[in-house]
Design a protein around this ligand. Structure first.
Ligand SMILES: O=C(O)CCC(=O)C(=O)O
Ligand SMILES: [Fe+2]
Length: 713
């Protein structure tokens, strides 16, 4: 016969923790009776004392049952920080095996009154002290315990049970025992280190099975309680437990519950979004940032836009984005650097604005967060969680927008699975203690908690640290998703805005973005051996390498620096102090861009060279002469015939013939062949000596700029 068993819990709010509790119960077909639902919590401050109310609620709930139901079993657990890991039948079986009439969970701390510790019976193994978050017992004994003496709602329930347990006569008369070895109940506080998530391979080809193992007591507990500070450890466990929420075959299974599908609705009915952008630091590639914001696949007339820009340097970027795209949004609110608003105040304000506009979701994106996947906003909404962040990582690095774990004082710590998640070896929806840079918040949260509770403001901590701490305190789960790729993080650490064209200097720190901005979109096709390079003159090869943005930036770098050489033979920049065929130029090292240029040579020019001049390898290529030449009718309009001191020379056109200047080009005397229709961003590559005696043709109007390198001199 089926055991007659009642499962009770107390939960006033349907928090994320409560939902998780219920989900875990459902997995094992357990239907807890939820006491206190919708009521105002009367049990005092749970972080210190209180909880007497839980006793009173259960006492009242049990009144409807008859006293003679001797075989009825009552199981009580907390809700927000508890998950079931096993079948009720198994729980009851193990309970019966203990021989106890009532079994409480045990923990390593004598709490709330440590002075009672000596009164506890000693144990040789496991946990010595009573914890009241989980207990199981026969109905009559449970009733006896609950009715033993009155307790105020705000008095401490654990103290109540502790006192009864320490009364030896009462304890023995009611058959009260503690689950010292965690056969059923695992309270985590203080013993998280002894807990391991284990998995066993399936015998068939199915996914592996997960269970919790206490390696100290060698037990596999059936209900786990992340009491006190251990609730973050429980959050970590619950990414894998109970079995079935995640496995390596199917990825995340649990993440599919409660999802919504926006395509089922007309766009008019899609959630109203409050999109809040934050530029709190000078940020490389902000243009790319805005481009990706603009490309989000979501109706702009369903988006209120908010921008806090704290950086004067970016004022023009922000204005031009708003000028061009602002009108498409439902509304635009802008806070400028001159307004002097602090980060936390701006963030708090944006939450208030979201509520004011009656938004359904709030989406914060910081300037370092590049949302490359245009479906990100839609996917995050469809994920339908209280708070969910798209995982963003610095490309190739372990630096991301979430923390897997926290130190005791709330700083960064790495979880066991952090690297697996960051490098997407494991994909899923992960409950983590800290997120930043980009995240979606369900606006019902903003309605539920006032700005005192849900604020970015706290003394001596960063805004995002303060906010995440508040979320943790409110039992709001923060998820980070790497179910698909969403985007990446910009590294702003070395960004030096005192330079002209600071983005150009980011070739090392933000390679991917640098490439996107500055490398010609057709460049990579030209690496293909099948692709024949254009050859305007014998052994002069012609390929696209850099973008217009690159060309403009390089010219601007040089013109801002402004110290063009005199064009005389004497040149103190050179080792020999002498240049036989001088140009008016500026060297890369004069603008602090030599190492960047050499990297460009190695990464982008060398592969083309290896394809074009077969059998010549020199990696990394060397080059002492890297410079931008300026030809001007009234300055130096041309360059007389010469050889270059190079194995091969590259010559990139930085501006456009017929538009920016007239005349110009490069003439190869041996072949009587000229390249005069040079293309902006395209590179000429030719041998430097012997066969390729050449000259720079006369510029008759405007200014011609080229970028020249003598490679492998
Ligand atoms: O003007 C040109 O395209 C040729 C420049 C050149 O040969 C050089 O700078 O060495
Ligand atoms: Fe030359």
């Amino acid at each position: 016969i089926k055991d007659d068993i009642l499962v009770f819990t107390v939960a006033t709010n349907e928090t994320d923790g409560f939902e998780r509790y219920i989900d875990s119960a459902k997995k094992f077909s357990i239907t807890p009776i939820v006491l206190g639902k919708g009521e105002k919590w009367k049990g005092g401050d749970m972080r210190r004392l209180g909880g007497g109310w839980k006793i009173n609620l259960l006492k009242a709930a049990l009144e409807q049952y008859h006293d003679n139901e001797n075989e009825k079993i009552v199981l009580f657990t907390d809700a927000y920080d508890v998950i079931f890991l096993g079948q009720l039948g198994e729980i009851v079986q193990r309970f019966k095996n203990t021989g106890a009439q009532v079994l409480f969970g045990a923990e390593p701390f004598c709490w709330p009154n440590v002075e009672l510790a000596p009164q506890y019976p000693e144990v040789s193994k496991g946990q010595r002290f009573l914890n009241s978050g989980m207990y199981i017992g026969y109905f009559p004994q449970i009733k006896n315990i609950l009715n033993k003496k009155p307790i105020e709602d705000t008095e401490d329930d654990q103290l109540y049970f502790t006192q009864l347990y320490l009364d030896k006569d009462f304890r023995e008369s009611q058959g009260i025992k503690l689950d010292h070895l965690n056969e059923i109940f695992q309270n985590m506080n203080g013993v998280s280190d002894t807990l391991e998530i284990k998995s066993v391979e399936s015998k068939e080809s199915g996914p592996e099975t997960y269970f919790l193992k206490n390696i100290e007591t060698s037990t596999e507990p059936l209900i786990v309680h992340g009491n006190g500070p251990s609730k973050l450890n429980l959050n970590y466990l619950s990414n894998y437990l109970p079995n079935g929420v995640w496995n390596s075959l199917d990825g995340c299974v649990q993440c599919k519950t409660n999802e919504i599908r926006l395509d089922k609705f007309k766009q008019k009915q899609w959630p109203l979004v409050y999109l809040a952008l934050f530029i709190e630091m000078n940020t490389p590639f902000l243009e790319g940032f805005f481009k990706k914001i603009n490309q989000l696949e979501y109706p702009k007339d369903k988006i209120h836009l908010f921008i806090h820009n704290a950086m004067k340097f970016h004022s023009d970027d922000v204005s031009s984005f708003i000028d061009v795209h602002g009108h498409q949004y439902l509304s635009v609110k802008q806070i400028r650097p001159q307004d002097g608003t602090t980060e936390w105040a701006a963030r708090d304000l944006s939450l208030d604005q979201c509520s004011l506009k009656n938004c359904d979701v709030y989406f914060a994106v910081d300037s370092i967060a590049h949302i490359d996947n245009p479906f990100t906003l839609k996917l995050l909404i469809e994920q339908n969680r209280s708070v969910v962040a798209p995982m963003l990582v610095r490309p190739g690095k372990a630096w991301s927008n979430f923390w897997g774990s926290l130190t005791k004082d709330g700083f960064y710590a790495r979880s066991n699975d952090y690297m697996d998640i960051v490098f997407s070896q494991k994909k899923g929806l992960w409950n983590v203690p800290f997120i930043n840079s980009a995240y979606l918040i369900n606006a019902t949260l903003l309605k539920r908690y006032d700005r005192l509770k849900l604020t970015y403001n706290a003394p001596n901590v960063d805004a995002d640290m303060a906010f995440c701490r508040n979320l943790r305190d409110l039992d709001v789960f923060m998820y980070v998703s790497n179910r698909v790729e969403f985007g990446h993080l910009i590294n702003a650490d070395t960004y030096d805005i005192t330079r002209a064209e600071p983005d150009m200097y980011q070739i090392f720190e933000n390679e991917q973005d640098w490439e996107e901005a500055f490398i010609h979109p057709e460049y990579s096709e030209h690496l293909n051996p099948e692709m024949k390079e254009r050859q305007p003159c014998p052994d002069v090869y012609w390929s696209p390498v850099v973008t217009r943005k690159f060309c403009n930036a390089l010219i601007n770098m040089m013109e801002s620096y402004g110290k063009w050489s005199s064009g005389k033979n004497e040149d103190e920049r050179l080792e020999g102090g002498y240049e036989a065929v001088p140009t008016r130029d500026i060297h890369m090292n004069q603008v602090g861009w030599e190492s960047h240029w050499l990297h460009f040579l190695q990464k982008y020019v060398r592969p083309l060279q290896e394809k074009i001049f077969l059998g010549y390898y020199n990696d990394p290529p060397k080059s002492l002469m890297n410079f931008v030449v300026r030809y001007k009718p009234d300055e130096q309009p041309s360059l007389r015939p010469h050889h270059d001191s190079s194995t091969y020379t590259i010559n990139i056109a930085l501006n456009q013939v017929g538009v920016d200047y007239e005349g110009g080009g490069c003439h190869f005397l041996r072949y009587n062949c000229s390249v005069t229709d040079t293309q902006l961003g395209w590179m000429l590559m030719h041998p430097g000596r012997l066969t390729h005696y050449h000259e720079g043709l006369i510029v008759t109007k405007g200014i011609r700029y080229i970028m020249v390198s003598f490679v492998d001199p």
